[in-house]
Design a protein around this ligand. Structure first.
Ligand code: ADP
Length: 483
């Protein structure tokens, strides 16, 4: 990996504005999932360093919240500009540790930077209210205040965007934040810290602690200084963290698992539906929480859709994400590959029909063949669990009500997609789906302006958008008497 700005690769954590090496806990290796080669190491820190970062955040908080919104905004804007100025390096770093194709990494750098830009703008629009008073001599005023020290735990599938989507609104609102990035992708997070320093983020306002998830997580969730935890990751870990936050009643934002349905009705533009399904299913090799996990196709167009879809999947190119033309990188690790293998084996054992792929790719490591299985039924594991890999299961349905019922038959409710050209059906289905986000005639919905988040066991709260700032603000009511 040849970075133009080699100072972006840091093998130290970043606490209270200083770079921190390994303590007695030693280091943790980080490897390239496409080659198995070691990229570098990160300090394996634990509770003590996390506590230090939290205390530093608390010490930095009064000065940070006292800054004017315009001052905080200028720093965030600079952070965004620095990301874009270093976009090529950040993209290469991301592809090297995460595996996604360079084109996707470039897209993510821009997406991640857009949260700093957006919340730099929104910071200036935090506003309160004056309410009609029921008393002649009292005035009722509502102000918004930062919630205080925040903690964030982020996953490896979007090594930059999942961080900026939390750090940007936190800092905009006047909150400092302590981050634990995923073990597989810490270098993107640490590069962000290098740029934070350059942008003028004061020491303690943004710290990155690398190391033991359990120890760092336990400190973040039990320390009473932390007023809010924002987590993106699996539902299982989210549930655990929620439980750990209960004794100190922390505010929570949880962006958890999805099991997105993707419905193709018989009046759909099939070519557009195929294009959307490819984008939604195979982006990041199927490793996003909004990836189509269950593709429901209406009986009348089932065979035609399957044929066009398989032809499109056949054009995907598997390989090292750093190589030109590659559209499918490796999965993050062997555990991820095993899960896809299990879902494929289960579906085939229960009567699924393999249309394409189905096994590990000849390239080895985390590579898996883009896979399509037809005749999938609700009895198969892929119907109820998120595969998080390049497996597209095609289910068949007859009526609109059946499609909606099938789509909703999961404890998850993050994203849902459907294709139809009938305006009545579009409204009925969009309203009938139990999900936080709905894509109609599109497989790509995420941007900084729209609210991202789920219902049911897909999580709590919304990120991005004008609503995302509220998650980091408290409402204060002031009753002013003696007038
Ligand atoms: P995934 O399956 O996408 O890896 P996880 O929920 O396991 O999802 O991981 C998301 C983030 O949660 C990562 O940063 C990971 O290190 C962290 N994590 C995993 N287990 C724990 C835990 N017990 N406490 C705190 N953080 C954890």
């Amino acid at each position: 990996m040849q970075l133009k700005n080699s100072s972006l690769l840091r093998q130290q954590a970043y606490v209270n504005g200083a770079w921190v090496g390994a303590d007695s806990g030693g280091t943790h290796p980080v490897t390239n999932p496409a080659t198995g080669e070691q990229i570098g190491v990160i300090p394996n820190l634990g509770a003590a360093e996390t506590r230090r970062a939290i205390e530093a955040a608390n010490a930095a908080w009064p000065a940070w919240r006292k800054k004017t919104a315009k001052e905080r905004s200028a720093i965030l804007r600079k952070w965004s500009d620095l990301m874009l100025a270093n976009a090529e390096d950040l993209a290469l770093l991301m592809t090297t540790e995460q595996g996604k194709p360079l084109a996707e990494s470039r897209g993510e750098v821009a997406y991640a930077a857009s949260f700093f830009e957006w919340f730099a703008e929104e910071a200036k629009r935090i506003a309160g209210d004056t309410l009609a008073s029921p008393w002649p001599d009292k005035r009722l005023i509502v102000t918004k205040e930062p919630v205080g020290v925040c903690a964030a735990i982020t996953p490896w599938n979007f090594p930059l965007a999942m961080i900026t989507r939390k750090a940007a609104p936190a800092l905009a609102a006047g909150c400092p934040i302590v981050l634990k990035p995923a073990e597989a992708t810490p270098f993107s997070a640490l590069a962000l810290a290098v740029l934070a320093e350059q942008a003028g983020v004061p020491p303690g306002v943004f710290s990155v602690v690398t190391g033991s998830p359990r120890e760092i997580g336990a400190e973040m969730t039990s320390n009473p200084i932390v007023r809010k935890l924002s987590f993106t990751g699996s539902t299982g870990v989210g549930r655990l963290l929620m439980e750990q936050c209960a004794p100190t009643i922390k505010k929570l934002s949880l962006e958890l698992g999805g099991n997105a349905p993707f419905i193709v009705f018989d009046d759909a533009d099939l070519d557009a539906a195929v294009e959307g399904a490819i984008a939604s299913k195979y982006r990041n090799s199927g490793q996003t929480c909004v990836c189509a996990n269950r593709i429901y196709v209406q009986d009348g167009v089932y065979d035609a859709f399957a044929e066009k879809f398989v032809a499109a999947v056949g054009k995907l190119k598997v390989g090292n994400g750093a190589d030109a033309g590659v559209t499918q990188g490796p999965l993050i690790d062997d555990k991820a590959v095993q899960k896809v293998e299990e879902h494929v084996a289960d579906a085939l054992a229960k009567g699924g029909r393999l249309l394409m792929g189905g096994k590990r790719h000849a390239l080895g490591h985390g590579f898996f063949e883009p896979t399509v299985i037809a005749d999938v039924t609700p009895a198969m594991r892929v119907a109820g669990e998120e595969t998080f890999g390049p497996l597209a299961p095609l289910f068949r349905f007859q009526t609109d009500d059946e499609a909606i019922a099938l789509a909703n038959s999961t404890e998850f409710g993050l994203a849902a997609y459907f294709y139809s050209r009938d305006v009545g059906r579009i409204w009925r289905v969009a309203e009938g789906l139990e999900s936080g986000m709905v894509g109609v005639n599109t497989g790509l919905i995420s941007n900084e302006i729209a609210p991202f988040g789920g219902v049911k066991q897909s999580g709590l709260g919304r990120e991005g958008s004008k609503y995302g700032l509220d998650e980091y603000l408290e409402i204060k009511y002031i009753c002013l008497a003696g007038i």
